[in-house]
Design a protein around this ligand. Structure first.
Ligand code: NDP
Ligand code: 8X3
Length: 248
């Protein structure tokens, strides 16, 4: 039987690239996200190369939707907890609490709801791999990013604790923490302001979703006795959240 990978947030960016890369690696794909039309396109693309893709359109912020869509899955060998966002870039005294709710409900609670449904299935099957997409923001808090950074600090803590929780079950847990990746991330952060989003990458060659997908594919191919706990991936022009070299 072919292995099955569940990728959350597969309608764009890192998640979409990961779904395509894991399909090329031979996984059947379960792809999630809210935009059903994007998932239908992804399915078509995967099937055109002989792969299999099951699209599941739902919002990870709803525990009821997560349970309804994911509980029927019979088997998941690899879960990529990727769905997430930054909303707004503001000082704490000016932030929009609706943005804060979106980030905490998606990046933290959504990841937890999905994990709660899938990890018992993995444990019952004798093992599996969970890849959580954290961020450098998960260890380096920066000005204007209090709530996004807090949400990714939570992912960092959850990843370490769940690795311990799942140790005896044979379920491995890897956290991948990228720096700057050019996706729809900045456009979403700036509420659709494309010009402002593009300026984030001025003078820098950022990572692409495919770069992160390549790392996930490598982790997925490691022998059973070997795990990557934590992987930090950066553009060559970025040394950390506070240091970016921009060419003029
Ligand atoms: P994109 O905006 O391109 O993709 C985000 C994905 O998450 C989309 O598929 C989106 O699908 C999905 N998503 C967002 N909210 C929800 C929700 N409520 N329910 C279901 N799916 C949701 O950004 P990236 O690919 O860059 O982001 C992927 C992950 O990588 C995020 O966790 C982000 O924090 C992290 N990251 C990104 C970095 C970057 O520089 N780009 C760096 C470090 C980490 P839809 O809108 O269709 O629901
Ligand atoms: C995304 C990278 O630096 O915008 O997690 O927080 S950053």
């Amino acid at each position: 039987m072919k292995k099955q990978a569940l990728v959350t947030g597969a309608t764009s960016g890192i998640g979409r690239a990961t779904a395509l890369r894991l399909s090329a690696l031979g996984y059947d794909i379960v792809a999630t996200g809210r935009r059903a039309e994007r998932l239908a396109e992804l399915r078509q693309q995967i099937e055109s190369t002989g792969g299999r893709c099951t699209p599941l359109a739902f919002d990870v912020r709803s525990e009821e939707e997560v349970r309804r869509h994911l509980e029927p899955l019979e088997r998941v060998d690899l879960l990529v907890n990727n769905a997430g966002l930054a909303a707004g870039l503001e000082h704490i005294d000016r932030g929009d609490t609706r943005d804060w709710d979106a980030m905490i409900d998606t990046n933290v609670k959504g990841l937890l709801y999905v994990t709660r449904v899938i990890t018992p299935k993995m444990a019952a099957a004798g093992g599996g791999l969970v890849v959580n997409i954290g961020s450098i923001a998960g260890t380096e808090p920066y000005e204007n990013g209090a709530v996004y950074c807090a949400s990714k600090h939570a992912v960092h803590a959850i990843s370490q604790a769940m690795r311990a929780d799942l140790l005896a079950s044979g379920v491995k847990v890897t956290e991948i923490r990228p720096g700057m990746v050019e996706t729809e991330f900045s456009e979403v952060r700036f509420h659709g302001d494309r010009e402002r989003a593009e300026r984030v990458y001025d003078g820098v060659e950022p990572l692409r979703g495919e770069d992160i997908a390549e790392a996930i594919a490598w982790v997925a191919q490691l022998p059973a006795h070997m795990n990557v706990n934590d992987m930090v991936l950066m553009p060559a022009q970025q040394a950390g959240a506070y240091y970016t070299f921009r060419k003029q």
